[in-house]
Every structure is written in C-alpha cells, then in structure tokens.
Ligand binder design. Structure first.
Ligand code: SF4
Length: 382
C-alpha cells in the first residue's frame, strides 16, 4: 500500500462507526484501588446539557443503532439519567450500560435498566471482605439489584438485558475467581469479561498484578483461573479476555514452576512511564490490529472524543467537542487521520504500543485487511 492509499484509508467516515460510547460523568460512588481516579491530578467532570444534545443529534443523524453508556465514572450518578435513557429508548435506540450497581436502585431505575439491551456489572469478586477492601463496595447491594432486575423481567413478562460481569484480574481477587464465575452462571449472567489489571504507577495503594506473584502463590492463581474457565465451559458461560491471555497464563505457570524471581522473568511489565501492563509490544514491521479509530467513538463528559477506551490516557484523543465544533469535524480532523495513519504504518504512539487490548499483526497484513474492509464498506456514508 503506497502513501496515497494510506492517506485514502485514513479518511473519517461517521457511517462506519458501530460502537458509540458516551460517558455522562466521571463521578463515582466508589474508589477502586486500581482506578485512575486515585491519581493526584484527577478532576471530576460531567457532560453539559448542550453537549449531550450535540452527541444525541449526531447519533440520530448517522443512524447509530446502539449507544453504550460506559465511562470512567458511575453513569447512574448523573442526575436525570433515567429520563435521558427513556427518551432514547422511546426513539428505538438500543442501549448498553456499565454500572457498579453498588447502591440500591429505586423502582424507576430498575424499570429503566430492565429496558437495556445489555448491562455490564463491575464485579471482581464475591468475597465480601476482598470486595470491600479492593473497591469499597458492599456486594450485597449488587446482588439485590440484580435480583430486582431479574424479578422485574418475570413480573412484567419482558426480556431483561444481557447480563455481563466485568471483572478486573488482580492478585487480590484471583483467589475467588472460581466462585465469581460460578456466581455469574448461577445468577443469569451470560458473559464474564476478564480484564487484566493496568497499573497506574503513581497510585500508592494500588492492587497487585497476578503476574507479579511468585512460586506457590502464582501456581495457585493459575490453577484457580483454569478452574474458572472449566466451570464457565461446563455451564455455558463465556469468559472474554484479552488477546494472548491464556498464553500468558501458560508462560506464567512455567515461570512459577521454575522458581524464577520477578526480576528474572520473561514475562515483564511494559511501560510508557505512566502505565504498566504485561502486554507485548510490536516490533519493526508490526502494528496493532485495531479498527477502533475508524469504527469507534467515545465522547466523555468534558468533551474529549476518543478513538478507543484506553481511557486513562488524555493525549489519545481525536479532539474536544465544544460550542464551536461538531463530532463530524472532529472525526475528519488531521489528528484523527494521523491516528489512523499510525496504525496503518506501524508508526505507533506510546499508548498504542503498550495497548493491552489489541493483538500484534504485521503491518502488511493489517493494511490488506483495512483495504478490504474499506472496499466492502465503500457505500457507507462519508
Ligand atoms: S490504544 Fe489500543 S485500542 Fe486504542 S487505538 Fe491504540 S491499539 Fe487501538
């Protein structure tokens, strides 16, 4: 693919967007130990009414079929969230939400949640003590809310949302990972999203990565994780995890068996100075297989428009929505095109380099994939 073709492929096309995430506010009722909200420079923000209207208008104009209300905060903390949701639902837009369900919901909130297409519940463990220590949450509230949602569906003979557990994989919670998966299977959840911990190095009391455990502790974590996968398979529950997660687990087991110390390991954290993950980084001629800057849009409460939900990183944005611009302009901006170009050429920025979410792929293969993808979607509006 020559330069000209790369330039062609960097064009922003709103019609390609199939994942549309809106963060109403980053305010939260919890303070999970691993959360970037513990960083000293963290600032709260919430979306203004005029910005929300711009976002909804964009969604309607471009026939966005589904909006995902997920963000760095707790969506249900935003005053009037049920009215916003019901208005969109009444217009036929399907909605997804992530919530910690940590406070007891009122009846009208349960009724609104029951109309969603999908509800992701942040839940790392069902051990009450660990949950309290790790996230400050009383899991009895979560369980009660889930039961209320399920009961509402039965009482009113309506389909309730697909229930998903969204769990962060930490050394603190891994001891109970089998119980978490069994809980999910027993209580009508269909999927467990298992996300590896990304460590913010500036946070003092952060959670610990499973991959930093040694010896018998590490081996126990491996056994429990494998058992959790077995339970899920037996019970017809899907565990979704990041690319290479199971390979990493096997490598980690070998290390623990060989008694390698954390200093001497093949599985080492990679860092961009601010964040640390155990993901591999692409070498020369490689890039990440990521269509997000073409297909995905996340608009957060302060107007930042992001190409993915690597949400802790403020400089990975397409632009900032304000009174004087539009989402259409931001998608078409030079910054947005540059991000697409960097993925197409393998000239990645620091964030895409250490991304723990997208797999590594040869540049040529990704270019071919994108060329075919864009040709298939050539009639999608520009
Ligand atoms: S950080 Fe990861 S998900 Fe985000 S654009 Fe880069 S490769 Fe894609």
């Amino acid at each position: 693919m020559g330069n000209f073709a790369v330039n062609e492929c960097t064009e922003g096309r709103p019609g390609l967007i199939n994942r549309f995430i809106v963060e109403l506010s980053n305010e939260c009722n919890l303070r999970c130990r691993y959360c970037h909200q513990n960083l000293p420079d963290f600032k709260e923000h919430r979306m203004s009414a005029s910005m929300l209207e711009k976002v909804i208008d964009f969604g309607l104009r471009h026939s966005i079929k589904q909006i995902d209300f997920t963000g760095a905060g707790e969506t249900t903390f935003f005053a009037g969230w049920t009215s916003i949701f019901n208005r969109l639902l009444d217009q036929g837009i399907s909605l997804i939400m992530t919530s910690n369900l940590a406070r007891l919901f009122a009846d009208d909130e349960i009724e609104t949640v029951a109309r969603l297409a999908e509800l992701s519940v942040s839940l790392d463990t069902i051990d009450r003590k660990i949950a309290k220590d790790l996230r400050g949450v009383d899991i009895r509230n979560i369980i009660y809310n889930v039961m209320k949602i399920r009961s509402f569906g039965i009482a009113h003979n309506v389909c309730i949302p697909n229930l998903i557990v969204s769990a962060v994989f930490t050394a603190e919670a891994v001891e109970g990972i089998e119980d978490l998966v069994a809980f999910a299977a027993a209580n009508g959840f269909r999927v467990v999203n298992l996300q590896d911990l990304v460590v913010f190095k500036e946070i003092d009391n952060n959670a610990q990565s499973v991959w930093s455990l040694e010896g018998e502790k590490g081996l126990r974590a491996v056994r429990r994780t494998r058992k959790a996968f077995e339970i899920a398979e037996r019970e017809g529950l899907m565990i979704r995890c990041q690319e290479g997660f199971l390979d990493r687990l096997s490598q980690f087991e070998t290390q623990c068996l060989s008694g390698a110390s954390t200093r001497n390991r093949r599985l080492k954290p990679v860092t961009n100075g601010h964040l640390e993950t155990y993901a591999k980084t692409p070498g020369p001629g490689e890039t990440r297989a990521c269509k997000d800057p073409w297909e995905f849009l996340q608009i957060i409460g302060n107007g930042f428009v992001r190409p993915c939900c690597f949400r802790s990183v403020e400089n990975i944005i397409f632009g900032q929505l304000d009174e004087n611009n539009s989402l259409d302009e931001i998608i078409a901006s030079d910054t947005a095109r540059e991000m697409r170009r960097s993925l197409l050429t393998g000239d990645l920025d620091a964030n895409c380099r250490i991304c723990h979410w997208r797999k590594i792929i040869p540049v040529e293969e990704f270019q071919l994939e994108m060329r075919e993808y864009l040709a298939q979607h050539q009639n999608v509006n520009r």
